[in-house]
Design a binder for this molecule. Structure first.
Ligand SMILES: [Zn+2]
Length: 109
């Protein structure tokens, strides 16, 4: 479960930014194609946050749907996996959304 390591990193980054302040809210963006499971992050968050300034913070996860752009015809469409085929027949699809995993916002008390 690589989410434990990812969540540890998230808590470490948020703690660094918070300094001595108590963190009340953390908002993440997780792309549908990022291979990160939001439920696993939720599960790991409380464990990783324990005994840090992030303990007790509210966790919000925004899931970003996958989007691709055809390199041949320029059409954009939804992707549910990091590859696909355009209706023009091209398989040269650039993933333009859905691979991100980032900390969007945090709030301290
Ligand atoms: Zn196309």
């Amino acid at each position: 479960m690589h989410e434990l390591g990812i969540t540890r990193n998230i808590v470490a980054i948020v703690s660094d930014h918070a300094g001595a302040s108590q963190v009340s809210r953390v908002a993440l963006q997780i792309g549908a194609l990022s291979a990160v499971m939001p439920d696993a992050i939720r599960f790991c968050f409380d464990i990783c946050a324990k005994n840090t300034v992030v303990e007790g913070a509210q966790l919000e996860i925004e899931e970003v749907p996958g989007r691709g752009r055809c390199q041949r015809c320029g059409r954009e469409f939804a992707l549910d996996k990091p590859f696909g085929q355009c209706i023009c027949g091209s398989r040269q699809i650039a993933c333009i959304a859905g691979e991100e995993m980032k900390i969007k916002e945090m709030e301290t008390i």
